[in-house]
Design a protein around this ligand. Structure first.
Ligand SMILES: NC(=O)c1ccc[n+]([C@@H]2O[C@H](COP(=O)([O-])OP(=O)(O)OC[C@H]3O[C@@H](n4cnc5c(N)ncnc54)[C@H](OP(=O)(O)O)[C@@H]3O)[C@@H](O)[C@H]2O)c1
Length: 285
């Protein structure tokens, strides 16, 4: 049983490979990567590393030889992802890969986030491909909110534009473990999993939890979309990323980040990782 993971050198991909390694032998795992130099540690673990660049379609079909289950981790080149994913799905069909899982977005078919369109289009390509599949509709990573933790703690202020909306984010590790569990079991019936963390939190609750872990007051400051966007640009973030972050907060106020689904905990077999635990982990890292 050969299980292949695209984007294996990425943050989620690494965690999926790690989770798979705990459930199957390394020779059953194939790391599909666009830069083999970044994957030498996989080679040392006995994992089969193959070159696989979504934009180089000739690299795709041969790399899928003998693959029984494929995890397509959505690409990071926003705007390019539909043709890139299409090329991967076409190659999977040509290589007769029996099962594909795809890391999509929570409620991809109805989600108002600007990022949702590419996920919705990819899901449709998979559904039309004739392959057996599982859709892993991941909500936001908690880590997205912890990128500037040291700065937040030093300033005692957490900025955002999500008002009092509830956010059911979960850790990358949980999404990765769930993906590995799906790849190992290959559940039939083309399941669609809405993957979200519990309990949901507001950004004010996030600020307060950071404050508790670091034993210092941290206040949530809600900004308008324009103010938040200007602040992120001033902090040096690229405009494209700023647009995604601000859009996420604004759409959160309409419920886009909230879910009552237990699918993630069910796939994991336990509760999702708590916000407090993740912040404590980052503090000691
Ligand atoms: N749910 C969320 O909150 C959230 C947040 C951010 C991203 N995402 C999505 O989830 C995906 C995985 O997240 P992540 O944190 O692991 O992101 P990441 O660390 O940026 O990993 C993205 C992976 O995609 C690979 N990749 C990008 N373009 C490629 C191409 N043309 N051909 C082959 N591989 C390509 C990258 O290769 P290299 O290692 O060579 O760079 C990397 O391994 C992202 O790509 C994005 O679609 C979700």
């Amino acid at each position: 049983m050969k299980i292949a993971v695209t984007g294996a050198t990425g943050q989620l991909g690494h965690l999926v490979i790690q989770a798979l390694s705990q459930q199957t032998a390394p020779e059953n795992i194939i790391a599909l990567v666009r830069d083999t130099k970044k994957a030498q540690h996989f080679v040392e673990q006995g994992i089969d590393v193959r070159f696989f660049d979504y934009s180089q379609s000739e690299s795709l079909r041969p790399a899928l030889d003998g693959v029984d289950r494929l995890l397509l981790i959505s690409g990071s080149e926003v705007g390019q992802r539909v043709p890139q994913h299409q090329a991967v799905i076409d190659a999977a069909v040509q290589a007769s890969v029996p099962y594909i899982a795809y890391t999509s977005l929570l409620h991809a078919d109805t989600n108002p986030l600007s990022l949702a369109a590419e996920h919705k289009a990819t899901e449709a390509l998979i559904q039309d491909s004739g392959l057996a599949y599982a859709l892993l509709r991941n909500n936001w990573y908690i880590e997205n909110y912890l990128g500037s933790l040291a700065h937040t703690v030093a300033e005692g202020k957490l900025y955002g534009a999500a008002e009092t909306s509830k956010i059911s984010a979960a850790s990358r590790q949980d999404y990765a473990q769930a993906a590995a569990n799906v790849l190992i079991k290959a559940p039939s019936g083309n399941p669609v999993y809405e993957l979200a963390g519990s309990p949901a939190f507001t950004l004010a609750e996030l600020a307060s939890t950071i404050g508790q872990v670091y034993n210092t007051p941290v206040e949530y400051i809600n900004l308008t979309a324009t103010e938040y966007s200007q602040a992120l640009v001033a902090a040096g973030l690229p405009q494209g990323l700023v647009n995604v972050i601000v859009d996420a907060d604004i759409q959160a106020t309409q419920g886009a980040m909230y879910s009552e689904s237990n699918d993630l905990a069910t796939l994991l077999g336990h509760e999702t990782t708590s916000l407090q635990h993740l912040i404590e982990q980052q503090k000691t890292a």
